[in-house]
Design a protein around this ligand. Structure first.
Ligand SMILES: [Zn+2]
Length: 375
């Protein structure tokens, strides 16, 4: 079966819509043409895994919302330009679907840039145009806190009850210029505001199904997935064990709570060596549990059972999850394991093409076409 998966991946395009590579390399530069000692992604393992291209998320932490966000984003874009320049024999940028397909034909890995967190826009549409010109093709509206655009799923407070006035203006402008709207990380109200104002299909580039993690707003509810399908959009399944299974999510929440209590009790700074030691001790008596390939496939099945085959894809969140990747899907060399699982569950080659890239490309194409009409 693994030969069938490898053969399939040789022929067809597999895109992962969310890999947190740029910020990882900014912190810790490594030669990604070889297998890197740290991280989940490099071009050597991507080749082994049959990955044709990835959206490289230029990630901006919420702490930079007030100042420094734009500079931090630009630094990562410049770094990606340098890396792709250095490895032009094996990789290239793809700022449109044609270049993605050409790269695939020419055996080049495609990097597509994305911006995770709209903080660097600072309320100015000029910044949106600037990022589009730099090659950014989707924008994740918010990250772990509410920002000037909208409310985040992780924020307990409601600043805007969805989109801000600028957020509404931004959605309409993104539609005009053909920048894909990413609703991963946003609150439910923001999601529904986006659906209300967007005339084009949208994407959740790295979210899973809330059905398996009830009440966790970071994943999408069945109702939302149905409404996303009506919009012609797509949900790209996140590989994080916390995203995939409620029991694991609860364990992680407990671990976090208990560790915080210990650190507070002894006035130990988080991130310190002592804190690290305490965590290791904790883990020795409370070993981590990981999801499985089958859990990821369950999420794909769930979307397919709800709305059909045309609205689901893969957005692993590699390089952004830390130590919570499923057994058998630990890095970008392991996609064939998932392909085998899906073939075993009865998905046809046509279905698999849609999951691996076709569904997301449909959303991208609709956005590209809108740009053509409006320019
Ligand atoms: Zn994210």
């Amino acid at each position: 079966m693994i030969e069938k998966a490898n053969k399939f991946l040789k022929k067809n395009i597999l895109i992962d819509t969310h890999i947190d590579l740029p910020s990882r390399l900014l912190l810790n530069m490594e030669d990604i043409s070889k297998i890197t000692p740290s991280g989940d992604f490099d071009l050597a393992r991507a080749k082994k895994g049959g990955l044709s291209g990835a959206f490289a998320a230029v990630y901006v932490p919420v702490s930079l919302e007030e100042s420094g966000a734009l500079e931090f984003a630009v630094k990562q874009i410049e770094l990606m330009e340098r890396i792709v320049g250095e490895h032009s024999d094996i990789a290239g940028f793809a700022s449109d679907i044609i270049s993605l397909k050409l790269n695939h034909k020419n055996n080049l890995f495609s990097f597509i840039l994305a911006l995770e967190n709209g903080a660097p826009l600072s309320g100015k549409l000029e910044n949106l145009y600037y990022f589009f010109d730099m090659g950014i093709r989707y924008l994740t509206l918010a990250h772990s806190r509410n920002n000037h655009i909208c409310d985040s799923s992780y924020d307990d407070s409601e600043k805007w009850s969805g989109l801000s006035d600028f957020g509404i203006e931004l959605i309409q402008e993104m539609n005009k210029i053909g920048m894909i709207i990413d609703v991963s990380h946003v609150s439910d109200k923001t999601f529904y505001d986006v659906l209300k104002y967007s005339k084009l299909p949208i994407a959740a580039t790295h979210s899973s199904c809330r059905h398996f993690t009830p009440d966790w707003e970071r994943n999408m509810s069945d109702e939302m997935i149905k409404d996303l399908a009506k919009n012609g959009g797509v949900i790209q399944i996140n590989f994080g064990s916390d995203f995939l299974r409620e029991d694991i999510l609860n364990r992680s929440r407990n671990e976090k709570k208990e560790l915080n209590e210990i650190l507070q009790r002894y006035s130990i700074a988080s991130g310190s060596i002592e804190a690290e030691e305490i965590r290791n001790e904790y883990r020795a008596s409370n070993p981590k549990v990981f999801a499985t390939i089958s859990d990821v496939a369950n999420h794909i099945d769930h979307v397919v059972n709800l709305v059909g085959i045309d609205y689901v894809g893969i957005g692993s969140d590699y390089d952004g999850l830390g130590d919570q990747l499923p057994e058998g899907l630990k890095d970008v060399s392991s996609y064939p394991n998932l392909i085998v699982e899906l073939f075993n569950r009865g998905y046809s080659e046509e279905d698999m093409k849609k999951i691996c890239s076709g569904n997301f490309i449909r959303v991208w194409k609709a956005n590209e076409q809108a740009r053509k009409i409006n320019s």
